[in-house]
Ligand binder design. Structure first.
Ligand code: 0RA
Length: 619
């Protein structure tokens, strides 16, 4: 036996029938998310080997037959006989729930959330799983079906290497569909490579990528700041204390956005928690020591233009909050606070020029905040933001029930006019937007509040803006962006989405934001007319109708009369709406920055690379 663990260390908690009976309890859902969770589960085991210092490379292959192969060069799952069960430890690990040699506190297994449920869950939910272990001088293999063993562990040829390879075929009886998405997997693997410096993670499927960052979270910060002018090299601290490992990297840029991501045991803590609040407190305290006497800067000022990643490893994390992504362990706050305060003050003292750049920036931010407060007060006094007087351009609906009400944001006055005539005024409000709205990525709140289109929009929605945004006051639960299906239309949609993302984000989180999909074509055969939503439908309809069909491409909403607009794009019975969701906050933030930021080169590269996705506006 090699290493510290042996077969006898492995604890066993329960059987696998429960997993097939209620898969949602173990992997969250049987939809796309749950399916992708299977890969995470296997990869997390390999990452654990890497954290324990035994694994350098992980490879993930999305096979053409729907199976996935994950290989690592760790110690290999132990194959010796388990003293209690009298079968190989490998079989125990694969067939018993929560079996694993790694439940002691020294390793950073995750106790909350969905991670760390064990590789046996993947086995239970796979119609077939093949595991191959290199260990103790040989290759060992075993096969399972739906979690039950199909073959005994077999001893194959000799090898001096070590490692584990798992190939699993997700069970169609369990999952809604077996369709792995390369990009979703790539995002997560890239994140893991950033968070675990030095590990090489490769992915093969329709495409190929290798993620390997010697700089770890420092590289992560650079990646997030792509396309921004940074003030300095990323700052980096690390410290281990009381069994807690802390790593922080941060870098200021010339933008007005705050981009701070926090992680606990490789999991994105979307809801923050004690590690994040420790960091914020320390940042504000440390920087206040460097601004002139008599000036005070607040938390939001010191985070303007800041990109930071905080990564904590802790033996027994307590996860709280609605989505169980908020760290609760109270002792982490003080620890992070004291380390960041000490290290940051030291850094700023050693780098006075950078300290000056940062303090100038945050003092400006404080002034701008004060100006925004005054502007807001002024507009509020005039009753503008509060909705006491609705904007003249808004054709409101009759319903006063937000849950039943919709607002269409329509590009241009002429389409706005058609929409007003075509709508159902009972529950549909129309707000025409003239021309391009402001690029919020390049403006602070106070200049936004001077922009008519923005103020009109905020007033119509009626729930305020930024920190003062209150979703319970939203006057509509559907905010529908309706623009032409051309480059300008897409640009306006992107500008609006950026605005919602930066200032009215709860609307996106709650699923209130939609994009209307006007038809792309009109088809005619004899007297019959058909509206065609997309290319796929066009092909299908052409086949169905045969010869003698005329096709007309619709470009602008203005080409449709009010009735046609209602029939194709606004009538809830026929229309197609795309709900805007943000699956991955890290990537969304970066994309908006690249698309809307001031650096042209990365934007061009991005658009060339993602032209199709951008066209589909799938964020
Ligand atoms: C139990 C004990 C040990 C390693 C593993 C499981 C293990 C599991 C997986 C899953 C994928 N790759 C893996 N690599 C290792 C410790 C083994 C020892 O002490 O030598």
């Amino acid at each position: 036996m090699t290493g510290e663990y042996g077969a006898e260390e492995i604890q066993v908690l329960a059987g696998l029938e429960a997993v097939r009976k209620r898969p949602g309890m173990y992997i969250g859902s049987t939809g796309t998310r749950g399916l992708h969770h299977l890969i995470s589960e296997v990869v997390d085991n390999s990452i654990d080997e890497a954290l324990a210092g035994f694994c350098k490379e992980i490879s993930v292959i999305l096979n053409k037959d729907g199976s996935v192969t994950v290989t690592d060069d760790g110690r290999g799952i132990p194959v010796a006989e388990h003293p209690k069960f009298k079968v190989s430890a490998l079989e125990v690990v694969m067939t018993k729930l929560h079996a694993g040699g790694k439940f002691d506190k020294k390793t950073y297994k995750v106790s909350g959330g969905l991670h760390g449920v064990g590789i046996s869950v993947v086995n239970a939910l796979s119609k077939k799983l093949i595991v191959s272990v290199k260990r103790d001088g040989f290759i060992w293999e075993q096969t399972f079906e739906k979690g039950n063993k199909k073959t005994e562990v077999s001893k194959e040829e000799a090898t001096t290497e070590t490692g584990t390879t798992v190939t699993f075929f997700p069970d169609e009886e369990i999952f809604d569909a077996i369709d792995f998405d390369y990009d979703t997997i790539a995002l997560r693997l890239r994140e893991l490579a950033f968070l675990n410096k030095g590990i090489k993670i490769s992915l093969k499927g329709d495409k190929e990528d290798v993620f390997h960052y010697e700089g770890g979270i420092k590289s992560f910060v650079e990646y997030l700041n792509e396309g921004k002018s940074a003030f300095h090299e990323p700052i980096y601290f690390e410290k281990v204390e009381d069994e807690i490992e802390l790593e922080i990297s941060m870098q200021y840029n010339n933008s007005y956005q705050e981009t701070v991501f926090s992680f606990v045991n490789n999991i994105n803590t979307h809801e923050g928690g004690t590690h994040l609040s420790g960091f914020k407190t320390a940042l504000t305290r440390a920087l206040n020591k460097f601004v002139e006497k008599g000036t005070t800067v607040q938390g939001e000022d010191v985070r303007e233009g800041l990109t930071a990643v905080i990564s904590v490893r802790i033996p027994e994390p307590q996860f709280e909050g609605q989505t169980k992504t908020k760290l609760g362990n109270s002792k982490v706050k003080g620890l992070v606070d004291s380390i960041v305060t000490e290290k940051l003050i030291e850094y700023l003292q050693e780098n006075p020029k950078i300290a000056r750049l940062i303090t100038d920036k945050i003092i400006n931010a404080a002034k701008a905040r004060e100006a925004a407060r005054k502007a807001r007060e002024l507009t509020r006094r005039k009753g503008l933001l509060e909705g006491s007087s609705l904007p003249g351009k808004l054709a409101d609906c009759a319903s006063k029930d937000p849950a039943a009400s919709e607002i269409y944001l329509v590009e241009g006055d002429s389409a706005g006019g058609s929409a007003k005539q075509g709508r159902n005024r009972e529950f549909q409000a129309i707000l025409p937007l003239r021309g391009k709205i402001l690029n919020v990525e390049k403006s602070r709140l106070n200049s936004l509040l001077k922009n008519n289109e923005i103020v009109t929009l905020i007033t119509a929605i009626g729930a305020g803006i930024g920190d003062e945004f209150d979703i319970s006051k939203a006057r509509y639960h559907k905010v529908i962006i309706m623009t032409d299906a051309d480059v300008d239309g897409h640009h306006i949609t992107t500008l609006l989405l950026t605005f919602f993302f930066r200032y009215l984000k709860p609307l996106i989180d709650e699923g209130y934001i939609y994009i209307a999909m006007p038809p792309l074509y009109k088809m005619k055969k004899g007297k019959q007319e058909f509206w065609i939503a997309n290319e796929k439908e066009k092909e299908e309809k052409l086949k169905e109708l045969g010869d003698g069909v005329s096709i007309q491409r619709y470009k602008g909403l203005g080409e449709m009369n009010p009735n046609q607009l209602w029939d194709t794009t606004m009538n809830p019975d026929n229309r197609i709406l795309t709900q805007v969701t943000i699956e991955d906050a890290v990537e969304a933030d970066r994309i908006f920055r690249i698309l809307m930021g001031d650096d042209v080169q990365p934007r061009r590269e991005f658009i060339e690379k993602h032209a199709k996705e951008v066209d589909e506006l799938d964020i």
